[in-house]
Design a protein around this ligand. Structure first.
Ligand code: ATP
Ligand code: MG
Length: 158
């Protein structure tokens, strides 16, 4: 579908706000203008649900989850930052691997299979985008992903 990504993100954040998980504040830093993209909304909802629930699960002290979206060239970059436990440097790129979980002892209590981000990566790549993480152990984590903007008319192609 062709949709406005800003409106789509606002809808997802609204839904999480209604869950009112104590301690966690959701902060939006989204553009006022529309960002037209073409995407499978069910699949992209799955991507965001996992990223946001991770941010909540791995933020024991609460804090703020910040949402950013910005157009860069012919792509839009979405970033979701938390102030949670963070990920050790040598594990940051592994979190997108199937079944990988940082510190099994810690994550055992939290629950999950370690598949969420592997699925998220598959979906983002299938949309022609990319996904990566930035994290500081003990400070917080940011998940970034990009999506191509809807193509403008190019020659005969609509
Ligand atoms: P599932 O999503 O399948 O329920 P999961 O959340 O453990 O389980 P992923 O979402 O794939 O699996 O994340 C993989 C691992 O990456 C997590 O177990 C966790 O160790 C680490 N991780 C992911 N997001 C964060 C985050 N925001 N802060 C700290 N660690 C994270
Ligand atoms: Mg997860």
């Amino acid at each position: 579908f062709e949709i406005d990504l800003v409106e789509f993100l606002n809808g997802i954040i609204d839904r999480f706000e209604m869950l009112e998980k104590e301690n966690i504040e959701l902060s939006r830093s989204l553009p006022k203008h529309k960002i037209n993209v073409q995407l499978d909304t069910d699949k992209m909802t799955q991507v965001l649900d996992n990223i946001i629930s991770n941010a909540m699960k791995y933020s024991p002290e609460g804090g703020t989850i910040t949402f950013n979206a910005a157009v860069i060239g012919r792509k839009v970059k979405v970033s979701i930052s938390d102030q949670g436990v963070g990920i050790p440097k040598n594990n940051v790129s592994k979190i997108f691997d199937r079944f990988f979980r940082v510190d099994r002892a810690r994550s055992r209590d939290i629950g999950g299979t370690g598949l969420g981000l592997a699925i998220a990566k598959e979906i983002v790549l299938a949309h022609g985008g990319d996904i990566w993480a930035e994290s500081e152990w003990g400070q917080g984590t940011t998940i970034h992903f990009t999506l191509p903007l809807k193509k403008v008319k190019e020659g005969l192609q609509q």
